[in-house]
Write a protein that binds this ligand. Structure first.
Ligand code: NAD
Length: 251
């Protein structure tokens, strides 16, 4: 088992890529805390893991609340005694252009996607230092590495913030034996993607047309990359950006 006896928190673990990562981690021997604002779906994922013989708990967390992060960490340590892995996966998307994005929408996207990652790192790293090691995986996007005329500029800005925050945090904590990497998915078949481009909208068709592999990725195809970064197999990898995008960024 690739994560035997490790303790992991996965934010946004109630559905989409986060639920795939939670299930894969548990199958590889990790004790998993699923942290999300969707209680029912998160409890279902934890129940499914326990039914299969794994260890998991759902804990309600809004990643934009620093107080809730503090209590999530305290509860995780009291449940499982330590923290080895944090996946900052929770995120929201946007639909508007530069001109049509309101201040409120900008703040909401930046709060969840960028500030949530900052809070997660800020409150997890002290426990990882105590543990003598740790691995943090921040889920950015292909849109966090290049600009896009089709996507939401606020979303791209939030994911770009995650990309560079990850590298700076990795440099700060390399000597603490805490590895911090980002993952950059292309279009992945999750509720987020279907809700942001219902049916076969022109936008989603265009994105697929620009993806060399010509299809959406699956949540498991991203989870396998996250699993590698979470495990000791990636023990010399930090500050890296792992692109999982069907070839989009190779163009
Ligand atoms: P999703 O919408 O299916 O799942 C996201 C999860 O995050 C949900 O369970 C949601 O409840 C949770 N969440 C949202 N706001 C939260 C908050 N404030 N606090 C706690 N939890 C919150 O999305 P997904 O497609 O699985 O996306 C996962 C991550 O991957 C996101 O960061 C997203 O931006 C990124 N991403 C997605 C794609 C894609 O094509 N699906 C591509 C690139 C990057």
């Amino acid at each position: 088992m690739r994560l035997r006896d490790k303790v992991a928190i996965v934010t946004g673990g109630a559905r989409g890529m986060g639920s795939a990562e939670s299930i894969m981690f548990a199958n590889e021997g990790a004790k998993v805390v699923i942290a999300d604002i969707r209680r029912e779906m998160g409890e279902d994922v934890a129940h499914k893991i326990r039914k299969n013989g794994g260890t998991a708990e759902f804990i309600w967390l809004d990643v934009t609340s620093e107080e809730q992060w503090k209590s999530l960490l305290v509860r995780t340590i009291s449940l499982y005694g330590k923290l080895d892995i944090l996946v900052n996966n929770a995120g929201i998307t946007g639909h508007d252009s530069v001109i049509s994005t309101s201040e409120e929408q900008w703040d909401q996207i930046m709060d969840v996607n960028a500030k949530g990652v900052f809070f997660g790192c800020k409150h997890s790293i002290p426990y990882m230092i105590k543990n003598g090691k740790g691995s943090i995986i921040n889920i950015s996007s292909e849109m966090g590495l290049v600009g896009s005329a089709m996507g939401s500029p606020a979303y791209s800005a939030s994911k770009g913030a995650v990309t560079i925050f990850t590298k700076s945090a990795a440099l700060r904590h390399a000597k603490d034996n805490i590895r911090i990497n980002s993952v950059h998915p292309g279009p992945i078949d999750t509720p987020m993607l279907s809700e942001s481009s219902p049916g076969k909208s022109n936008k989603s068709e265009t994105v697929l047309g620009l993806t060399p592999m010509g299809r959406r990725g699956t949540p498991d195809e991203v989870a396998f990359g996250v699993l590698f970064l979470a495990s000791d197999e990636s023990s010399y990898v930090t500050g890296a950006s792992l692109v999982i995008d069907g070839g989009y960024l190779a163009q």
